[in-house]
Write a protein that binds this ligand. Structure first.
Ligand code: PAF
Length: 297
């Protein structure tokens, strides 16, 4: 296997990407925190298919972790990640040292107001400020045509789209569907923390989302009732602590009371020391939208 070029310095990375662009080559960016799984690899595969050049970034971004979160123990299997990226035929991997990204004296952050404070943002204060900041920095270091993100972090994709629109960033955001294990568990680097028993309990997340979609498909339009059923499923899973389960507007993430158009079911829970999130886009039976596809996803 030909290894992709690994770059550790931001200025070198940007020069290379600008050189490609000057040659008229399209560039796709896949930002990741490593511990790559089939979900990430679906993003890389799509970028490789759609763009002449693909850059994967691997950086466990400290500013999106709270003080009591899992920054220190977040998995960092770099050699394996590089093999996966090589097999997927990406052109370049950026693996910066922390001091390459946040230099001494760094005090500038991006705040996407409103949507960043809800749901994940309410439980993880400052999380989306860290995400928006690193993503904007990566967009500047990798002036790509398109950037690829997974739907698994639905709120993150909404925050990033909002930032791109508000700050007139010249990049197209592509969001690809969540990749799941055959039993429904959404792939996540954090699944590595789960014991076999915890993993079984974690299935309640995807089960609750499937139930929400089923109820909506069967004609239930009372969103509060659907959310209550999701909570019942999650709360009856032993050892699972529910953070939230709700139906929200796809664009502003405000809770809805009726299913009168596309909605997103969001669920988040803790199992032991692990926090997991999952979501399902529910878009059935509404005129003017094609089934399963969000207007802006
Ligand atoms: O989704 C992730 O892995 C991260 O939040 C991202 C977008 C790479 C920013 O650190």
């Amino acid at each position: 296997l030909r290894s992709p070029t690994v770059i550790t310095r931001g200025d070198e990375l940007r020069r290379q990407v600008l050189a490609w662009r000057a040659e008229g080559e399209s560039v796709g960016l896949v930002p990741t925190m490593g511990a790559l799984h089939a979900g990430h690899m679906s993003l890389v595969a799509r970028s490789v298919k759609e763009c002449r050049r693909t850059v994967v970034t691997i950086f466990v971004n400290p500013t999106q972790f709270g003080p009591d979160e899992d920054f220190a123990r977040y998995p960092r299997p770099l050699d394996r990640d590089l093999e996966l990226v090589a097999a997927a035929k990406a052109d370049l991997v950026f693996v910066p040292a922390a001091d390459e990204i946040y230099r001494a004296g760094h005090v500038t952050f991006v705040e996407v107001e409103g949507i960043s404070q809800r749901w994940e943002g309410a439980i993880r204060p400052g999380h989306f400020r860290g995400v928006a900041t690193i993503v904007l920095k990566l967009f500047n270091l990798v002036p790509a045509d398109q950037a690829y993100f997974g739907q698994k972090d639905y709120q993150q994709t909404v925050v990033i789209r909002r930032m791109v629109a508000d700050l007139n960033l010249p990049i197209e955001i592509r969001v690809l569907p969540t990749v799941r294990e055959p039993d429904g568990l959404a792939l996540s680097s954090r699944n590595a923390y789960l014991s076999a028993d915890e993993r079984t309990r974690a299935l309640a997340l995807s089960r609750s989302l499937r139930r929400a979609a089923e109820l909506a498909a069967a004609g239930q339009r009372d969103a509060k009732l659907i959310a209550a059923e999701m909570r019942r499923i999650l709360e009856s899973a032993p050892g699972l602590i529910l953070d939230y389960a709700t139906l929200v507007d796809p664009d502003n993430l405000e809770e809805v009371s009726r299913v009168a158009g596309p909605v997103v079911a969001l669920a988040a829970a803790r199992i032991g020391r692990t926090r997991l999130i999952d979501n399902e886009i529910i878009n059935i039976g509404f005129a003017d939208t094609s089934a399963g596809e969000m207007p802006n996803v």
